[in-house]
Design a protein around this ligand. Structure first.
Ligand code: NAP
Ligand code: GLV
Length: 306
């Protein structure tokens, strides 16, 4: 078995070394142009040249959960795309969303700036019942986030494409359920995959439906958000603020107004990082299961887009 490693923005050696240790029977190489045909590939945003030169690849193992960039490429229909299933990301996402939620709801930025100015002043307590959290996307990450937020006793609601259930979470689905979901949500968390159906879903109309004092946490993809609609709603005081971890163009261009907006908290696409050892263990486990002819989790439905 031959495995090609082709992950941009990643140093290949430690990955290749660990993959070789975990799969000693396989030939594993960092891809270079002209390399021999491989059976499987471990990838993150590979160049189109890689796909074009490797038409016989059976499986593309994505080292992230989102496959939007991969599905925008020209891929032969015979290639199976497999996403990363949690692999240590879900708990990171849960802690990130909880810190953004709690920081906003408890007005911690304000307390910190007042303390820096030598002011010891209390604010009236804000009640969690007034901060219903709505999670767009009830998949691997969304469900873990819902569980964590529910542990802090916030009211939680979730929205998905197909009907889902989760104890303690009010569930909505489909375009017909979106309005009711949004109109009872104050803090909106986006954990949708980026597909033609979800691109631009965070816009003036949808964000404008949130309860008064609405707050956005976008940890999915930058193209879910219509940037100018968010800026307008913030400036009109229709939204209290937002935490943004993902952007249409990354790194965020220097001249982008998000950088300097006082109601925004920005992080550099870091809410849930790919962890090397967990990722390799998961991919190797899947390769071994496939060899035994067993089904594996995380196979992407290319027609559906996730
Ligand atoms: P997932 O398991 O595939 O879950 C996707 C969820 O979105 C499902 O509940 C699905 O509904 C729902 N959905 C998809 N299309 C929809 C539509 N048109 N209308 C309503 N609901 C829709 O994905 P995941 O692993 O949770 O990851 C979600 C996304 O997070 C990734 O695609 C990626 O973009 C992003 N991400 C970001 C970071 C970061 O560091 N910022 C890290 C990892 C992932 P069904 O349940 O009905 O299928
Ligand atoms: C990161 O953004 C991922 O999709 O894993």
């Amino acid at each position: 078995m031959r495995i090609a490693f082709c992950c941009t923005h990643t140093t290949a050696e430690p990955w290749v070394e660990r993959l070789r240790a975990a799969l000693p029977e396989a030939q594993i190489e960092a891809w270079v142009p002209g390399a021999p045909q491989a059976d499987h590939a471990v990838v993150w945003t590979p160049p189109q040249q890689f796909i074009d030169e490797q038409p016989g690849l059976k499986t593309l193992f994505n080292t992230g959960a989102g496959v939007d960039a991969l599905l925008r490429m020209r891929l032969p229909p015979s290639m199976t795309v497999v996403r990363l299933d949690d692999a240590g990301m879900a708990v990171q996402m849960a802690e990130f969303v909880c810190q953004a939620l709690v920081r906003h709801m408890r007005e911690l930025d304000l307390s910190e700036s007042q303390m820096r100015q030598g002011q010891w002043s209390f604010r009236r307590p804000r009640l969690r019942v007034d901060f219903p959290v709505g999670i767009l996307g009830m998949g691997v990450l969304g469900r873990r986030v819902a569980q964590a937020v529910a542990h802090f006793e916030f009211p939680v609601r979730g929205w998905s494409r197909t009907p889902q259930t989760m104890p303690g979470v009010e569930c909505f689905h489909g375009p017909e359920g979106l309005d009711a979901f949004l109109s009872g949500t104050r803090v909106l968390v986006c954990l949708l995959p980026l597909t033609p159906q979800t691109e631009g879903i965070l816009n003036r109309k949808t964000l404008g439906r949130l309860l008064p004092g609405g707050y956005l946490i976008n940890v999915a993809r930058g193209a879910h958000l219509v940037d100018e609609d968010l800026l307008a709603l913030l400036d009109e005081d229709r939204l209290a603020g937002a935490t943004l971890d993902v952007f249409r163009k990354e790194p965020l261009p220097e001249a982008h107004p998000f950088w300097r907006h006082p109601k925004l908290t920005l992080t550099p696409h870091t809410s849930a990082r790919t962890l090397r050892d967990e990722t390799i263990a998961q991919i190797v486990g899947k390769i071994r299961a496939m060899e035994r002819g067993e089904p594996i989790a995380g196979v992407v439905d290319r027609g559906r887009g996730y």
